[in-house]
Design a protein around this ligand. Sequence first.
Ligand SMILES: Cc1cc2nc3c(=O)[nH]c(=O)nc-3n(C[C@H](O)[C@H](O)[C@H](O)COP(=O)(O)OP(=O)(O)OC[C@H]3O[C@@H](n4cnc5c(N)ncnc54)[C@H](O)[C@@H]3O)c2cc1C
Length: 452
Amino acid sequence: MALKDELGTITCVLDGAAPAYLNDSTEVRGLHGRADAVVVPESAEEVAAVLAWCYEHDVAIVARGGGTGYAGGAVPDGGVVIALERLNRIRSFDPLLWRINVEAGVTTGDVRRLAREHGLMFPPDPGGAEQSQIGGNIATNAGGPHAFKYGVTGKWVTGLEAAVPPGELIAVGGPTRKDVAGYDLRSLLIGSEGTLGVVTAAWLRLVPAPEAAHPIAAFYDGIAAGVRAIHRIYGSGLEVAALEYLDGGTLDAAGASFPVGMPEGAGFLVIAEADGSAAEAARLRDETVAVLRADALSVSAPSTPEEVAELWRWRDGVTFAVTAQLGAKLSEDLAVPLDRLEEAIEGTLEIGRRHGLPACSWGHAGDGNVHSTFLLAADDPDELGRASRAADDLLAMALDLGGTVSGEHGLGLVRSGWLARQWGERAASLHAEIKRVFDPKGLMNPGKKTAV
Ligand SMILES: Cc1cc2nc3c(=O)[nH]c(=O)nc-3n(C[C@H](O)[C@H](O)[C@H](O)COP(=O)(O)OP(=O)(O)OC[C@H]3O[C@@H](n4cnc5c(N)ncnc54)[C@H](O)[C@@H]3O)c2cc1C
């Protein structure tokens, strides 16, 4: 029997080539996948059965969430794509116990909304939340602006259900908030980018939503003044929830639609957010405004919920505004120690100049997380080639600065092999050995997140 027919006895197999399931957000880098079949299982048991069939027949398995990834992790090179979108049930929700158990295909946006409707918050807020899935967030250990105070996705996962080779469901952790009984397999699966198992469901922790949240936007004339302001926030001990930045090139692309207008000469923007009880958030906002004001061209703090939402909507749209400049872009997501932030932002521009590419960056300044970006014309192979070489220079710069080649998006395909340079040989070989323990045949998302 043909592969598709055999899989069809286990689960739903999509007809045709299903091109929508073969790319992710790296399509602009020329990454297009191919698959022998795309399946859309309806239950965790079906996922495990597909995995078992693939493992028995030496067929590669690529888990796919919302396809918003920026590392090519969900781009298959043959084999079977397991799309998780139909695993979209809320298995249980206990608002009074601040916890929820969801299947992997529930979108990030839906979890955040459901929590909100009950006075709670699921803090991870990656930008593609309406499309990305909880399983994909867990597989990449995604962050977002508010990771500065609240941490990345993994911090909010108390338990996982996953299908692992050769085709069994395991549960590690659960609704219990503390668990130190074994090796931390849950944390190993978190951020493993589908290379160890397929996440089918997760127990998530929630927190009471802060009563108030006040963003503050401060413009500066350039990188040096802006980074000084970020350091002052740290030094003053103000625990803001988010601490973001946009450099001058990014403002050139997105600044025209900034909700309250940009001051003349603006070359850098810092956005901080103060949250907590109404009184605490107001106090923190006032102190943050005072700290950001030194050297600033202007400081504004939206006051109504509509204005606050407008500011964050604008921030979410920055990536699209930058893409729209020339039609395409190539972004990396380095993270560096905070004392090297200015060098990473300046270095991005210098690497762009060296390769003849317009460059800019923005990102989660408080976490030293820099989205270094080159602007490209769509479908220009020469520019794409230069941008790929420039991207390698960015990764090398991150390591020179004592940072990491990925603060958020993962190694996937595009950064595979860089880990040995970042960690050294022995640590990288332990990474490879862990992979072999879970996946002795090397069929789980092959070619992704490889250490060497
Ligand atoms: C506009 C935009 C803004 C973004 N902003 C952020 C941001 O602020 N922070 C951030 O961290 N990222 C951000 N991203 C990147 C992306 O949203 C995250 O990496 C996200 O977590 C990917 O989720 P996904 O469901 O789309 O996964 P996919 O892209 O489908 O897959 C990503 C990886 O996870 C694996 N995977 C997916 N589902 C599962 C599963 N159930 N089990 C095992 N493995 C699985 C895939 O094999 C692949 O390796 C952004 C992307 C876009 C397009």
